[in-house]
Design a protein around this ligand. Structure first.
Ligand SMILES: Cc1cc2nc3c(=O)[nH]c(=O)nc-3n(C[C@H](O)[C@H](O)[C@H](O)COP(=O)(O)O)c2cc1C
Length: 141
């Protein structure tokens, strides 16, 4: 029996908040969603994008090399600005296994409401990145 090593590249994740460009239309959002789902599918990435109050919150996960390439594109995209990295790092299990890019907005759930309610829940209101990640995971569309 051979002992050829099969190297599986580790998974990583990237979580950020950004400000949507002024006047971003429903068509722009549609385009972002469509391109994201196509490219994420081709790159074996998964994740979710939440749009609320002129802000984007996105969790993206997958093999590190593909993740980095797509994140680089996202960082240069003029449809948003003031990109703040909330968290990033290695990942043992995907959180959005079945979503090439789940999209949600204020109609589905509100991050502001989530934080307001989190005072009374198990989510630590001082852990902003953890709260955003927990919210994104809890949103069911
Ligand atoms: C808020 C936001 C989220 C995005 N999310 C993704 C994504 O998850 N995957 C993706 O491939 N492109 C995403 N895009 C689009 C990329 O920025 C980029 O336009 C696209 O990947 C095509 O890359 P290219 O222009 O370098 O070919 C997003 C753009 C914005 C503004």
């Amino acid at each position: 029996m051979t002992s050829d090593a099969i190297v599986f590249e580790g998974l990583g994740f990237f979580l950020y908040r950004s400000t949507a460009r002024d006047g971003l239309s429903a068509g722009d959002l549609d385009n972002i969603r469509t391109v994201a789902r196509q490219r994420n599918g081709a790159c074996d990435l998964s994740g979710c994008l939440h749009h609320e109050g002129g802000l984007f919150f996105q969790w993206l996960e997958g093999p590190q090399t593909q993740l980095r390439a797509v994140v680089d594109s996202i960082l240069q995209d003029s449809r948003h600005r003031d990109i703040t990295v909330l968290d990033e790092g290695p990942l043992t299990h995907r959180r959005f296994q079945h979503w090439r890019m789940r999209f949600s907005d204020r109609d589905q759930a509100s991050l502001l409401d989530w934080f307001a309610q989190s005072r009374a829940s198990t989510v630590d209101p001082h852990d902003y990145a953890g709260g955003v990640a927990a919210f994104l995971q809890a949103v069911s569309v």
